[in-house]
Design a protein around this ligand. Structure first.
Ligand SMILES: [Zn+2]
Ligand SMILES: [Zn+2]
Length: 268
């Protein structure tokens, strides 16, 4: 298995790598190891499936960004983040390409304009263990911990009974996919966000495995660069305040943030 794993990982970055077929093949092995009660090999198979899945999704994110499907890419980025977290919890020493993806995922998320999220407050009334099906009761632990892998199977809580207490708008969501959009259900949701930074990045980022990072520079612009700017307009610095209550009073000019994209990772 380990020899096979090394072989697979060596080819993960190949242009024509067949992620879905590899996952299906390894899954057959995983099921066989489970039947043989071979914990180490079953868990190893789970880890390889997870790694291959992370690479497959990362490539998908890249093409979604190319096609300006920014919200779809955002949701998949969250899935990748969760998969990497699951992997790190279960194996020692994660491979370099996964580390690379984890850095790029965080950088991409930081370039998104999303600030507000919907959050549901749910009271969980009953949950069971996905491995053994026993109810989670505080004093009677079944011995399986959510987030851990047992005999090649990922343990999670299955929620059977729950009650919705309310929905609220928050800045730091539990689920990143719950982005707040304008509009209502009838007209469909409208994506009113501005993706200038991602547009700028995608002009330069040509290959998912070509590393990049960005630096932020704070500069000031002269009001002359904004002809027709009135006191009552929103300040061009993006503070949300009126121009007359914001940068008009700054002798240096209008605050402006410049993102500069550069090749390579920071500190690597
Ligand atoms: Zn259990
Ligand atoms: Zn301002």
């Amino acid at each position: 298995m380990n020899k096979k794993a090394t072989e697979i990982i060596k080819h993960l970055l190949d242009e024509d790598f067949d992620y879905d077929k590899t996952i299906a093949d390894i899954d057959e092995l995983r099921i066989r190891y489970r039947q043989q009660q071979d914990e180490d090999n079953a868990n190893n198979a789970w880890a390889i499936i997870t790694i291959v899945g992370i690479h497959r999704d990362f490539r998908k994110v890249f093409s979604m960004l190319k096609n300006r499907q920014y919200y779809d890419a955002w949701c998949l980025l969250e899935q990748i983040e969760i998969s990497i977290g699951n992997l790190l919890r279960n194996i020692k020493g994660v491979e370099n390409t996964v580390k690379y993806i984890s850095v790029i995922v965080r950088q991409l998320q930081s370039l998104y304009p999303y600030k507000m999220f919907m959050s549901t407050e749910i009271v969980i009334k009953e949950r069971t263990c996905s491995i053994c099906g026993k109810k989670r009761i505080i004093r009677q632990h079944c011995g399986h911990f959510p987030g851990r892998v047992y005999l090649g199977e990922f343990c999670s809580d299955i929620i059977n009974k729950w009650e919705l207490k309310g929905v609220s708008l928050v800045y730091n969501p539990e689920h990143k996919y719950a982005v707040a959009f304008l509009g209502n259900g009838k007209e469909g949701q409208k994506d009113h966000y501005n993706y200038l930074l991602l547009d700028g990045l995608m002009e330069l980022w040509k290959d998912p495995y070509a590393a990049w990072h960005y630096t932020i520079k704070h500069i000031h612009k002269s009001p002359k660069e904004f002809p027709g700017l009135h006191d009552s307009d929103n300040c061009p610095c993006g503070s949300g305040k009126k121009y007359s209550d914001c940068c008009k009073n700054d002798p240096e000019g209008i605050k402006h943030v410049v993102y500069e994209f550069r090749p390579g990772l920071v500190g690597v």
